[in-house]
Design a protein around this ligand. Sequence first.
Ligand code: NAD
Length: 310
Amino acid sequence: MSSPNGELRFDGRVAVVTGAGAGLGREYALLLAARGAKVVVNDLGGTHVGEGASQRAADIVVDEIRKNGGEAVADYNSVIDGAKVIDSAIKAFGRVDILINNAGILRDRSIVKTTDQDWDLVHDVHLKGSFKCTQAAFPHMKAQNFGRIIMTSSNSGVYGNFGQANYSAAKLGLIGLANTVAIEGRKNNIFCNAIIPTAASRMTEGILPDILFNELKPKLIAPVVVYLCHESCEDNGNYIESAAGWATKVHTVRGKGSVLRASLDETVTPEFVKNVWSKVTDMSQAKHVDNMAQATGALLEVLENLKSGE
Ligand code: NAD
């Protein structure tokens, strides 16, 4: 849906934005509402390390949307109770078209100091919470043959970061989840993409250098995520990194590799591996692999070549 002046509109659409009481989620909710979507502003309202709860964060954003003439309701559930979050959308607006899995916490510690609670809580909120909300939204999206889902990953997951073993593992897990949601949703016009944001928020205060912090406004990322949620956007299974008014697609590549034995009759030895290691790790002919069929297709080719002695 676009207005005559080409503005991307969301009239008639219902969006659930998790963790929308602050930071990035708040900006997504405000922009979607400004473009005509009815928005469920989900936020548990706890601290950035996942302690406590409050209705205040979600309420303030709902008030802001209503004051601007938009439609919104608050939902105070934890994303771990994904069915309840989605139920709020169904009860208030009768449908759910867009789900932005954004809620998040940090419990940064070095590997040795990370407790089971630090690990579990971070995984529960980011990974399980995104899964539970997605799982609950899926049947509604399938029935209406339309859905747009966003997973929120992080550079910490893609590249690693000192002191964030729990967070980086969960955030890369969200890329894996996006990959499969994209595949399972495709035939029902349910597209799922991941955003890899860098923005000034309470989560990054004191972590990002001041000069960066002041320029990394969450508002500059919202249009990217909102575009990914529009019916005209047919991207599916992509990871988009965005910050400071810039965005790019990120994807994995696989090298050409090397066979690890001279023929099918031979076994693989550590010595053979050592001898060809520079070929195994050579990325000069690396290519993106689109799907599992391509990935296994290349393996079949390797076997064929071994059989024919090439
Ligand atoms: P933020 O702390 O400002 O916002 C996160 C919101 O999620 C908070 O309002 C919080 O109350 C809410 N929340 C936490 N646990 C919840 C739960 N269980 N259920 C519902 N709501 C919950 O942080 P932000 O920087 O806006 O982060 C938003 C997302 O972006 C997070 O997933 C974060 O990991 C991710 N991210 C942020 C950055 C960045 O640079 N800010 C970088 C990479 C990824």
